[in-house]
Design a protein. Sequence first.
Length: 242
Amino acid sequence: MVKWTGRADLHMHTNVSDGVHSVQQVLDYVSQQTRLDVIAITDHDRLDASLWAYERRANYPFDIVPGVEVTSADGHVLALWVTQPVPKGLSLAETAAAIHEQDGIAVLAHPLEPTIAPHNFLRYLTQPSVLIQANIDAVEVMNAGAFTPGCNWLAQRAYRNIGLPVVGNSDAHMIASIGSGFTWFAGRTAADLRMALALGQTAAEGTPWPITTYLRLLHISIQQRRSAFLATRSTYVPQTRP
């Protein structure tokens, strides 16, 4: 029987994409407020913060995996252990292939969250073998930030017998959510985690974000949009007729 000793959260965001806090704030929070052994910062189609953190991994008591959340034509894919951009807009299979070219790991994120890729919901639910055919390496069956009730429950049941490793993640957009979803594995290091994924010896756990987190993110989003709108208006100079 596998002895679960390590915890990893491989899906979180900074203000480089749509997160609230800086990469430094994320690292400080993980170090001071969590029991995580491995993390990956996976901003949307941006590697900046993740690589910045990875270059400073020796300064922290946890391991850091470089990564990015890729916007594929078939949903979001976590590209882990990559250090170069992965093109967005490719099919699921093409995205996995691009990640594998960098010797990375391709994880399908929140596959049954219908608000992300609604055109794939029924296919991913009724034909889970398409993940195998696309050479996906693991599937996220616990996403603490998933918006639709029951989508994690569906994913856990849809993918429990297809032979893919499972992961749990926070999908944190605010530091307080980090670690709310996580992956169990044997060991403590990123190398141990990668071995566990290769062996299919991982487990997903977590607790959904409270409604207050969604409301705070909505409030922040509205404020940011309002600020951007006002900035646009302040720089607009109307043209006058000669």
